[in-house]
Design a protein around this ligand. Structure first.
Ligand code: FUC
Length: 820
């Protein structure tokens, strides 16, 4: 644990400091660092008056692959390190003995006869993965810096500038001002820590690298730390084995220091070499890391080659260039979008003290900061060639992370990528699309052995090894329309970009997802509708028994989850069939396949309104009014799907609203983020904002029940990044929608946000949109046409349509009149 070595009372609050720059404080360095505190970026800084006392206060930096949580301590600084391929185990085939397909007719019969428990038992006997779990994501280790004599400091401030992607810690010890900057460079593939002081020869520190061991599970992971000339410390290890595989992943992290003035030396300890820097004017520390992961089939790489190469290249480059290249590359993505909710200066309060003002309506720009932070996180944890954002994005300090910090795909993985198009970060979704291609390969076996079907399918979980056989139990694992959902998100990317090449590349994936359902949908014996079976409505149970109950002897009763034709499935499969028909038409291929999906589409079970006025979650009207479950899967058709809408299907939209009322507004991270999007799609701005307020309520314990931690990360006890990213998408959804053949401006603008502007949000059809509003009314809009499609714009009952040319910009006033 971290020993701050200071008396909290000694922290001196700097009066006159604005929420951003160093005004009234004075830049305590003599460094010629570029000034980043330009007006345009002022709102995009998280800052604090004290070091992080826990992970939920530390600040994330990441380059997609390498990440760190920076604590900003003085006597001791801690960076908890991650590399996104550090997972347990190695490549493996998760499938069991292949008996599933033989049992399928019997499982279906049991489901249709209402014998859920028996059906689940047979499913679990025949269809599950050979191990009912998957590999888990692991921390890389810790970088710990110790600064003798820095126990008592003044003028302390730490911040994360979202516009530079640099975490900065500054304070004085006596008369000397110290500044520390940390960032993860996407250009130079290293975590860089720069230490400066305003007096020469005053920097003294030791730097250590540590691996981690699993105290709880006593895994068989192992690591060593030793040194190599010149001045390099290296951490070398192997993650724990995962029972399903015979291989284990190897990793290596390397640390070196370059000092200006003073001395850097290696201190040899019996088992743990460290770096020692004495009397330097300035120091740059570099950490590079790699693992033996090559791809999901091959963990035979050499971590040493990559780590060594990255480290020597970074360390040979002048610091100013490393920093400038890092900032430029980050800004290339980050600056594509602007958003603010009014020009008022933010309160001169540190970030962790702004929540109260936001709750009372005084600081609406905290919501803008939350939006920018969502974009910052996606840029930091998902870049071309990295792994996709897992449950914690990239940042995990726990050897036993919640849900393995894997990829849960009955909401979480998909939600991570909801902002990618609308918030103009399409590059960041590349790893997600690459993963979908992998899954479309690995899950063919699952489709074959459990369902005897063509194509690919996907349930509720995967890991870095792209395992797809059902895990955890039938209650979770029977749901299997994930490939349909992922295909809808692929198609949606095409709708945003109209990128024909992308469609050509991914059409086979979409088609193969549809083929699976062509082969596996069955006629429901009572209704005659086509349904999925066996399936489930993610992590919820029909029969008004959604909650887990305890027996008198203390054992837990699991509700039955297995079902035929849950509403979510039919919405997903319906949209999958529709998009396949359209895509095959656009590409001019597969007329027979197109005819087939079009014929099957109307035979799918329809959405139904139940006795409570709710949209039914299941085929039968069994939704309980007491069901407060966080998953609201049956509203998938409202968001991210498009089959429910107040304009096109008002009755279903009303029923969806009733379902939301029955569920209530409470929830943990991602559930509230989903509800922000639902209410925005229902065009109810005030309720959308109500949900946003709930999500942006301060939570200070890792076990909190939803809300936001002081470092703005989302509280889903403990932490999941989906809420941050889904929340950012929801904020965009209040301001711009484009899923109904038009650009809808300010469709769910709440009264609480009467003024504001945005720049660079993307709309389907290939447009980039800027808009501003005042007194709750649109002031003007600018639309850049990316592909030359005709453009339809709607606002306040008006609608205009005009032709566009690629690359041209069109300006409209608040009454939607084209202006020259
Ligand atoms: C689903 C959710 C949980 C959690 C987990 C990772 O199982 O029901 O709340 O988010 O994924």
């Amino acid at each position: 644990m971290m020993n701050m070595g200071h008396d909290v009372k000694k922290w001196i609050v700097v009066l006159g400091v604005t929420s951003v720059g160093w005004l009234g404080f004075g830049d305590p360095t003599n460094l010629d660092l570029p000034s980043e505190a330009e007006d345009a970026v002022k709102a995009k800084v998280l800052w604090y008056r004290q070091p992080a006392s826990a992970w939920i206060e530390a600040l994330p930096v990441g380059n997609g692959r390498l990440g760190a949580m920076v604590f900003g301590g003085t006597h001791e600084e801690l960076l908890r390190l991650n590399e996104d391929t550090v997972w347990t185990g190695g490549p493996y085939d998760p499938h069991g003995d292949g008996e599933g397909v033989k049992a399928l007719p019997e499982i279906r019969r049991l489901v249709f006869e209402g014998k859920g428990k028996e059906a689940e038992a047979l499913f679990e006997k025949t269809m599950m993965a050979k191990i009912w779990d998957q590999a888990q994501y692991q921390p890389l280790g810790d970088l710990r810096l110790t600064f003798p004599g820095h126990g008592v400091v003044t003028d302390y401030r730490r911040e994360l500038d979202l516009d530079t992607a640099i975490a900065r810690t500054a304070y004085r010890v006596g008369e000397t001002a110290f500044v520390r900057e940390a960032f993860a460079s996407p250009v130079d593939q290293a975590i860089v820590v720069r230490l400066t002081a305003d007096r020469p020869g005053t920097i003294h520190l030791t730097a250590t690298l540590d691996g981690r061991v699993n105290a709880r599970r006593r895994g068989d992971e192992s690591w060593t730390v030793r040194s190599e000339a010149p001045a390099t410390v290296l951490l070398r290890g192997q993650t724990a084995s995962f029972r399903g595989s015979t291989e284990r992943l190897r990793y290596e992290a390397r640390l070196t220091a370059a000092a200006e003035g003073g001395k850097v030396e290696v201190v040899n300890a019996s088992e743990h070499d460290t770096l020692k820097v004495t009397a330097a004017d300035a120091v740059t520390l570099f950490v590079a890391a790699a693992t033996s992961f090559k791809n999901y089939r091959d963990a035979g790489g050499d971590p040493e080659i990559r780590a060594k190469n990255d480290l020597s290249k970074a360390a040979a480059k002048p610091f100013d260039r490393i920093r400038a290249d890092h900032v430029a590359e980050h800004r290339r993505l980050f600056r594509k979008v602007e958003l603010d909710f009014g020009p008022e200066p933010e309160p001169a309060l540190p970030t962790d003290e702004r929540f109260e003002a936001f709750a009372s309506g005084k600081d609406p720009n905290l919501a803008a900061l939350y939006f920018h932070f969502g974009r910052y996180l996606l840029i930091g944890c998902s870049r071309p060639a990295s792994q996709p954002a897992n449950l914690q994005g990239l940042w995990n300090a726990d050897m036993n992370p919640a849900w393995g910090s894997k990829y849960t795909s009955n909401i979480n993985l998909e939600m991570n990528y909801w902002p990618a198009d609308v918030a103009n970060l399409e590059e960041c979704a590349e790893p997600f699309y690459a993963m979908i291609s992998d899954l479309a390969e690995t899950s063919r076996k699952t489709a074959r052995v459990n369902w005897g079907a063509r194509g690919w399918m996907f349930g509720h979980n995967t890991d870095i090894w792209r395992a797809t056989a059902p895990i955890h139990g039938a209650y979770w694992g029977a749901w299997h329309t994930g490939a349909g959902w992922l295909s809808v998100q692929l198609w949606d990317h095409y709708l945003f970009t109209r990128d024909r090449k992308f469609l050509e590349t991914y059409y086979p994936v979409m088609k193969s997802a549809a083929e699976f359902f062509l082969d596996t949908l069955v006629v429901h014996p009572k209704s005659g509708w086509l349904v999925t079976c066996p399936s489930g409505s993610p992590e919820n149970g029909p029969g008004g028994d959604p909650m887990w109950t305890r027996n008198p002897d203390g054992t837990r009763n699991r509700p039955v989850g297995i079902a035929a034709g849950p509403t979510m499935d039919l919405q997903i499969v319906g949209e999958l069939f529709d998009l396949c028909a359209q895509a095959s038409e656009i590409l001019g291929v597969d007329p027979d396949f197109r005819r087939q999906v079009r014929q099957m589409r109307p035979k799918l079970a329809p959405m139904q309104v139940g006795r409570l006025g709710q949209l039914q979650e299941w085929l039968e009207d069994v939704d309980s009014p007491d069901d407060k479950h966080r998953h609201v899967s049956h509203l998938w058709g409202l968001y991210p799907g498009t089959s429910i809408s107040p304009r096109k299907t008002p009755k279903l939209a009303e029923a969806a609203k009733q379902s939301l009322r029955l569920r209530g507004d409470a929830g943990t991270g991602w559930s509230m983020a989903w509800k922000i999007n639902f209410w925005a799609r229902l065009l109810d701005g005030d309720h959308t904002y109500e949900m946003l307020k709930r999500q942006l309520a301060l939570t200070t314990a890792l076990t909190g029940k939803g809300g936001t931690y002081p470092n703005l990360l989302d509280a889903h006890p403990p932490f999941q990044i989906d809420g941050n990213l889904g929340g950012a998408a929801g904020i965009a959804e209040m301001l711009l929608q484009s899923h109904e053949g038009a650009i809808d401006l300010l469709p769910a603008l709440p009264k609480a946000l009467p003024r504001g502007s945005f720049r660079g949000l993307r709309a389907r059809g290939g447009f980039e949109v800027d808009a501003s509003w005042a007194d709750g009314i649109l002031a003007g809009v600018t639309i850049r046409s990316l592909t030359g499609n005709a453009c339809r714009v709607r606002y306040g009952g008006r609608q205009v349509e005009f032709k566009t040319e690629p690359g041209k910009v069109y300006a409209l006033d608040g009454r939607l009149r084209l202006t020259p």
